[in-house]
Design a protein around this ligand. Structure first.
Ligand code: PMT
Length: 396
């Protein structure tokens, strides 16, 4: 995609470099339009090196090729980060006294802005009004975050983190094929308490489940995320229920499931829990050289959901297996979907360096007959989108 990144003159302009980098690494052709003020905060060579394209600033450059409209006309998406109070006011009014203003007016592409300014400016009635005007025109506003500002002060006005700006910007380009759908995703790893300070757990970070939840939001779904001990931050764009143990996860999932169209069980769920939880810390002086734990089976949440699902509801399970041989791995996946009764099963290989906690994943999606309906490899975001493609195909 051709993405124009507008950089305007605030101290947060240095963070625009990471926004540009994120968009380039996601495979997009990025063209930077920087205001004169922006170039007082960040150097043109930096923006050119990171964007891998010439940076445009001057309204009167490239007149022969009608650059003041050509950049906007060619854009698939315009992202302005940071967007100062001044730029926001100009956009709201439709001013075109610089190249960025002309670019936005000459474009039919969706616009995403990431405001950054001091709290007083962000909360000023003029800015509040201007943001309202832009929102009513369909502009996506990302942030600002609440936190440390340039000086000693802190509050709302800090530029949203570059990764989040990239994610929100790319979400605008997603197909909106899940509008009106409600989706429940479980993520993370359950922990089974042994005593007040120890637990049996697993290494799930919640990255794959969160990627699914974010992708579903981007495609228009209303999402509930049941997160077990997540190591990742959750955004405000979804309802999040935090849980700890398998029984807590089961209760949260079972409470939410009747109201949704799709359940995706990406959480790594403990099959067993200690039969009893010690009231006080287990002492080695008392336990001695060997400690035997008696474990009892946890309920199979996925199998239960599949058994009681409403007509038309789609249940998606995961299978985490360490098997190295592809055919043997597929056989385990086929046996698992037959046992659990889900509509789809996302089979991924896990190990010391695979699946758990990593940024990437490789999956095979099976249907109830055991047929492969999709295979995907890449970032957990990419994989999440492909899994949702398989879900959307089932709706069709
Ligand atoms: O969180 P990340 O670090 O990003 O890692 C992602 C992941 C590897 C955890 C994820 O991709 C994944 O594989 N999740 C499922 C892990 C798992 O519990 O797999 P399983 O094969 O043990 O269980 C099969 C299915 O039954 C899963 O959908 C699981 O949620 C569900 N289950 C398991 C046990 C149980 N008692 N109740 C269940 O519902």
């Amino acid at each position: 995609m051709n993405i124009v990144v507008g950089v305007t003159g605030g101290i947060a302009a240095y963070k625009a470099v990471n926004v540009i980098r994120g968009l380039v690494l996601a495979g997009h052709d990025v063209h930077v339009v920087a205001t004169d003020a922006a170039l007082r905060f960040v150097g043109k060579p930096t923006l050119e090196a990171i964007s891998r394209n010439i940076v445009h600033t001057d309204l009167y450059e490239g007149v022969a090729e009608v650059r003041h409209v050509a950049i906007g006309q060619a854009a698939d998406l315009i992202v302005i980060a940071p967007a100062t109070a001044n730029t926001i006011a100009k956009l709201a009014t439709g001013l075109a006294d610089d190249l960025l203003g002309n670019t936005v007016l000459a474009s039919r592409a969706p616009v995403v802005i990431a405001p950054a300014m001091h709290t007083e400016m962000w909360q000023h009635p003029a800015t509040v009004h201007n943001i309202g005007v832009l929102r009513s025109r369909g502009v996506t506003v990302v942030g600002p975050a609440v936190g440390q500002l340039t000086g000693a002060d802190s509050g709302p006005g800090r530029l949203e983190e570059p990764d989040e700006i990239v994610r929100a910007a790319l979400a605008v380009l997603e197909p909106k094929d899940l509008v009106g759908r409600r989706i429940l995703v479980s993520a993370g790893g359950t922990r089974e308490a042994l005593d007040p300070v120890r637990y049996l757990g697993n290494r799930s970070s919640g990255k794959q489940g969160l990627a699914l939840a974010l992708a579903a939001v981007a495609r228009g779904a209303e999402v509930t995320l049941v997160g077990a001990n997540l190591e990742v931050q959750t955004p405000a764009s979804m309802r999040v229920v935090h849980v700890g143990s398998t029984l807590e996860l089961a209760a949260a999932v079972q409470a939410a499931a009747p109201d949704v169209d799709v359940v995706i069980m990406a959480a790594a769920v403990a099959d067993y829990r200690p039969e009893s939880v010690a009231e006080a810390k287990i002492k080695k002086e008392i336990a001695g050289d060997r400690l035997t734990l008696e474990l009892v089976k946890n309920p199979d949440i996925l199998a239960g959901l599949a058994e009681t699902r409403a007509p038309g509801q789609i249940i998606v399970g995961f299978a985490a297996e360490t098997e190295q041989d592809r055919e043997a791995l597929l056989a385990l996946g086929r046996a698992k979907i037959a046992r659990k009764g889900s509509d789809l099963l996302v089979l991924n290989r896990v190990g010391w360096t695979e699946g758990f906690g990593t940024d990437g994943n490789t999956v095979v999606v099976l249907d109830r007959r055991g047929d492969i309906v999709m295979e995907a490899s890449g970032s957990k975001q990419t994989v999440a989108d492909r899994i949702l493609d398989a879900v959307v195909a089932r709706f069709a």
